[in-house]
Design a protein around this ligand. Structure first.
Ligand SMILES: CC(C)(COP(=O)(O)OP(=O)(O)OC[C@H]1O[C@@H](n2cnc3c(N)ncnc32)[C@H](O)[C@@H]1OP(=O)(O)O)[C@@H](O)C(=O)NCCC(=O)NCCS
Length: 153
């Protein structure tokens, strides 16, 4: 498996995976993905022969990075692909100046919540109706831990 930058030619497969991950009412529309592939930090995980297995998209704003979306094809889950995509995105966003990361996760997706917790994210607040009326999200944050050695006195 390799992780690379998403390209406009990946749109159809990304839309297909989104359709397998989310019901129509909450899935991002294709136009949104076309925009995100172009303007956000968008990465795809591929098999050696280029079949896309999952993707992640995010952006930076000042000193924080935000994760828009993370999807892994249902046939390829629990193989660490989601976690590796998150790590790759965080690395890119950190390289662009992010010192902390933010995301919103659906309360009815315990698998995703567990992945984010394992990746170091902590629940901060409930965002009511984030996914539409009655569908709440939890906002999670992760602070980047500096690997620099502490300054000597
Ligand atoms: C959430 C999602 C991205 C996880 O992708 P993945 O590649 O299967 O995740 P990983 O293999 O990296 O999982 C890492 C850890 O997260 C936790 N986890 C992942 N999926 C889980 C599940 N369904 N149930 C419980 N824990 C889960 C586990 O602790 C797992 O480690 P383990 O397999 O050693 O037990 C994937 O299930 C998905 O695309 N779901 C639909 C879309 C979605 O919900 N996106 C997130 C929106 S907030």
């Amino acid at each position: 498996m390799k992780i690379r930058k998403a390209e406009p030619g990946d749109l159809a497969r990304i839309v297909q995976i989104e359709g397998l991950c989310f019901p129509e009412e909450t899935a991002f529309p294709p136009g949104m993905f076309a925009y995100l592939i172009r303007y956000s930090v968008a990465l795809v995980a591929c098999e050696p022969e280029e079949t896309i297995l999952g993707f992640v998209m995010g952006y930076t704003s000042g000193t924080y990075g935000a994760i828009y979306t993370l999807d892994v094809h249902p046939g390829y889950r629990r193989k660490n692909i989601g976690s590796e995509l998150m790590m790759a995105l965080e690395k890119k966003l950190a390289g662009m100046g992010a010192k902390a990361f933010r995301l919103e996760a659906a309360l009815d997706k315990p698998g995703a919540l567990e992945l984010y917790r394992k990746a170091g994210y902590q629940e901060r607040e409930i965002v009511r109706n984030y996914y539409g009326r009655g569908n709440h999200a939890v906002r999670m944050w992760k602070k980047l831990v500096s690997r620099d050695p502490p300054l000597r006195e």
